[in-house]
Design a protein around this ligand. Structure first.
Ligand code: 4AD
Ligand code: MG
Length: 466
């Protein structure tokens, strides 16, 4: 082995910087394409550290060697060579190979050969699609934005709390919890014919969390400003491009905040994340702008500078009724806004990001603060073009009696949430928060049209293979 070469590999992202310097390098990665020639062969090598491939130039005596014969698209290799300024157009640097070792061969059955594949097909090979340009870009942006989420809140003094995954509380009250149980499904213990959940592992019915909010509120009532960022589960059997059964949600909660401050934080947060992506994921965003959504960069830049509009639910309903548009679901005051309505409001009415506030209490969760009219609650949804609802939040009901009455109205037994009621009994305070769906954010930032394509291994009805 040639001693001139460093023992440590250099990531390709680092090699391709304008500020890189020529010299001997060790690189490792996967062959994206191989153009074999008699005199010279060219390998496009990618190690996932950036979108661009490193051009590896293989000349005699290495070209045509036995090791080169083992090399095909998809193979994993290590290359020692000299990094030089490329004389050819298309790239700034190239690596003149002096030594190539195949670490893992790939034969002609490797599915990611040159031709383009549909996203549907790529979902069936979720373990390999990450080696494609599109999914490489998606998951680099995902990683960068996960970091930016923490940075945003940590810079502002919010405490990060890990709320439980297994819980007895159906926060949203929509009955969409996956059950967690160790009872024998074929022969569960019964009392009077009904399953005796008191004999289950936790001594009561439990499931996977649909939201960390309720526990987040307990922490906000001690640390003032907190956030969660974790996996969230919903057994809603809706096969849409925007719903997953397992997704990640960021939920800040602020003591002493009202709905207006909640909206302000939400707008600041979205703008921060878009700015972060523009500053740190440029190459990947340019790829998305070219292949997924024309005008993507301008859209993100506009959002960073945008003044978010606000419409009350009542105003939004009037706008929709006045629009003269034929919706699949007709609009009347009191109905839940469907995705078609949300998109119409953000795409056609305000043409930008929008908060819809003060929804009828009947279509929102029990914990939202009742407005003075007795009919609406201090709720907000943030809507953005193409995605629709990206954030849902509210001011919380901090008044013990009002909360108790509301729970009774919707049929939640007080003893099942006594601890939550206690927060209103001792040291209650006005507070507010929201939830941002991390995958919805990624759809917005990348222009990817399906939630299945922004989460590593999607869980949707009928699909948990990987
Ligand atoms: O509007 P949601 O249901 O609100 C809550 O869960 C509150 N507890 C949040 C809070 O106030 N702390 O969900 C919040 C966001 C939605 O706006 C959406 O972006 C995302 O979570 N979301 C989903 N994302 C993917 N798949 C699903 N099935 C989703 N359900 C909600
Ligand atoms: Mg919602």
């Amino acid at each position: 082995m040639n001693d001139d070469f460093p023992r440590e590999r250099t990531r390709i992202a680092q090699l391709l910087r304008e500020t890189a310097t020529p010299g001997p390098r060790l690189v490792k990665g996967w062959v994206r394409t191989l153009r074999a020639g008699k005199e010279v062969s060219f390998i496009a090598l990618n190690d996932g550290s950036c979108l661009a491939h490193l051009q590896v130039v293989v000349a005699a005596p290495l070209n045509g060697s036995a090791e080169m014969a083992r090399l095909g698209t998809g193979a994993c290799i290590e290359v020692r060579g000299e990094l030089v300024v490329s004389p050819a157009a298309g790239q700034h640097w190239e690596l003149r190979a002096q030594e190539i070792r195949v670490l893992g061969e790939a034969d002609a059955d490797y599915p990611l050969q040159k031709k383009r594949h549909s996203f549907e097909y790529l979902r069936t090979i979720a373990h390999l699609r990450v080696r494609s340009n599109t999914f490489g870009a998606v998951f680099r942006v995902r990683s960068a934005l996960a970091y930016a989420v923490h940075r945003f809140f940590q810079e502002r003094g919010f405490l990060y709390v890990h709320t439980p995954i297994i819980t007895a509380n159906d926060c949203e009250g929509a009955g969409e919890m996956f059950r967690v149980s160790t009872l024998d499904p074929a022969n569960p213990p019964r009392v009077d014919g009904a399953i005796d959940w008191s004999r289950d592992f936790f001594g009561e019915r439990t499931g996977l969390t649909v939201s960390g909010q309720l526990q987040g509120e307990a922490f906000a009532c001690a640390f003032s400003d907190i956030y969660t960022f974790g996996p969230t589960f919903r057994a809603e059997n809706s096969n849409t491009s925007r719903h997953a059964a397992e997704f990640w949600m960021i939920e800040p909660e602020m003591a002493f905040a009202d709905l207006a401050e909640d909206c302000r934080l939400a707008a600041d947060f979205l703008q921060y994340l878009c700015r972060y992506a523009l500053e740190h994921c440029r190459e990947d965003l340019e790829f998305f702008a070219e292949h997924m959504e024309k005008g993507l960069l301008e859209k993100l830049e506009d959002l960073v500078g945008a003044r978010f509009q606000t419409l009350t639910y009542t105003e939004a309903v009037k706008e929709l009724q006045a629009a003269g548009e034929r919706f699949e679901y007709p609009v009347r005051w009191g109905c839940d806004l469907q995705s078609e309505h949300e998109r119409f409001l953000t795409e056609q009415v305000v043409k930008g990001p929008l908060f819809v506030t003060d929804y009828p209490k009947e279509i929102k969760a029990f914990y939202m603060r009742l407005n003075a009219d007795g009919k609406t609650v201090a709720a907000m949804d943030c809507l953005v073009p193409r995605v629709g609802e990206i954030i849902g939040g509210s001011q919380r009901e901090e008044r013990s009696e009002v909360l108790g009455a509301r729970m009774a109205e919707v049929g939640i037994a007080p003893q099942s949430l006594q601890w939550y009621l206690d927060l209103r009994r001792w040291g209650s305070c006005p507070h507010a928060g929201f939830g941002l769906g991390f995958e919805r954010l990624l759809m917005y930032v990348t222009g990817m049209g399906n939630i299945r394509d922004v989460i590593p291994f999607p869980r949707t009805p009928g699909n948990a293979k990987f």
